[in-house]
Design a protein around this ligand. Structure first.
Ligand code: NDP
Length: 346
């Protein structure tokens, strides 16, 4: 279902990648933020000469940061585009279509490789590429600071890799060389696609986590109505950080195996309860979100209509309005009260 356009194994390692393919190429980083700063430094530390790397950034604190780390910086995007053999697009997803399409695409070489770190704009076809260009995804599953610190420790990090458009015939090989250069193939980079990455990302954001938030709200209200205090509930449910510890152990030991750290009463209650629940209604709901909201582009179309309103102040900003709505729920009101009573003590 989530096939990319390349035949590939499940994971790629350092031995699958040839750094030599990057020799003599001009590598431009559009953006020096979370990912840009980390990936550019990793790439240079992997032996790519500093003179082969150019950071394209507006003249501000990000540009100053790049200069302080010894990088060449170009603020004229057209000039940066014209010299790029490889262009990492590492600015926020929502500004990529305008900046790339208007300021980079017209001057990019016909055989340039464009590297994206998130599938969204490619899957929804919001970026304009020439058919002769390569488009690859190298998408770390980590925040930028971890991409850098893991590299410095000599460790790899999880990363999705794919060739989305193979204009030159060597898109995947270039993607693997770049993945190795930023340190992503050390622990095995996972073969994926922009479609798979987007589907999983948006599914988590629009199906899984909304349900988890809803479940916490409902659980909170049921227990509050049963007489549990706001203080006890907030700590019991999340402020003690127990859920964070459970997820950490799930990542390290196993999603369900971590239950063994709990009492027998807890293990029995959780597993027996989960296995008895009928998931068919939620499964149908999940499929509806995946197919009729994410994969068919409905969400992307609707989000693009409200995107400009996210710059507005107050409740004219739809995101602010959602926070205001949440703040009025019993959980929101209770947590605000608990936090104000604890102010200065936490
Ligand atoms: P950041 O928010 O850190 O990007 C900041 C950079 O973008 C700065 O260099 C900033 O420079 C530049 N920028 C912002 N707005 C504009 C604009 N309008 N025009 C030109 N440059 C602009 O981005 P991230 O590193 O978080 O994300 C980059 C990509 O990596 C995205 O595709 C994201 O999905 C992906 N990704 C991010 C992860 C993360 O942990 N953050 C994890 C994995 C992938 P200035 O404002 O000076 O112009």
């Amino acid at each position: 279902m989530f096939e990319s356009n390349c035949a590939h194994p499940d994971s790629y390692y350092d031995s699958d990648a040839d750094l030599g393919l990057l020799t003599g190429k001009k590598i431009v980083f559009l953006g020096f933020g979370n990912q840009g700063a980390a990936q550019a430094q990793n790439l240079r530390d992997s032996g790519i000469p500093n003179d082969s790397i150019l950071v394209a950034n507006r003249p501000d604190s990000y540009a100053e940061d790049a200069k302080s780390k010894g990088f060449h910086v170009e603020s004229d995007f057209k000039k940066a585009a014209a010299v790029a053999d490889i262009l990492f697009v590492l600015i926020p997803d929502q500004v990529q279509p305008r900046v790339f399409n208007e300021e980079f695409a017209p001057s990019l070489k016909d055989n340039a490789t464009i590297v994206i770190a998130s599938g969204y704009n490619v899957f929804y076809k919001l970026l304009n590429f020439k058919p002769s260009q390569d488009v690859v995804m190298v998408a770390p599953r980590m925040i930028g600071s971890s991409v850098r610190t893991l590299y410095e420790k000599g460790k790899g990090f999880p990363c999705f890799v794919s060739a989305e458009q193979d204009g030159t015939g060597s898109a995947l090989k270039t993607a693997l060389a770049l993945s190795r250069a930023i340190g992503a193939t050390k622990a095995g980079a996972i073969a994926s696609s922009a479609r798979e990455e987007t589907a999983m990302d948006l599914f988590a954001e629009q199906a899984l986590w909304p349900n988890i938030i809803m479940l916490f709200n409902q659980a909170f209200e049921v227990l509050q109505e049963a007489g549990c205090s706001d203080e006890a509930l907030c700590y019991e449910m999340w402020m003690s950080k127990e859920p964070a510890e459970i997820f950490e152990r799930a990542a390290e030991e196993g999603f369900v195996t971590q239950l063994k750290h709990h009492s027998s009463v807890s293990q029995f209650g959780q597993l027996n309860g989960a296995l008895q629940l009928d998931g068919s209604a939620i499964r149908a709901h999940f499929k509806d979100i995946l197919y009729n909201q994410v994969l068919n582009g409905k969400f992307c179309k609707e989000f693009s209509k409200i995107e400009q309103d996210l710059e507005k102040d107050g409740d004219a900003n739809p995101l602010n309005a959602l926070y205001t709505k949440h703040a009025a729920t019993p959980l929101g009101v209770a947590e605000a009260g608990v936090r104000s009573r604890l102010a200065g003590l936490l």
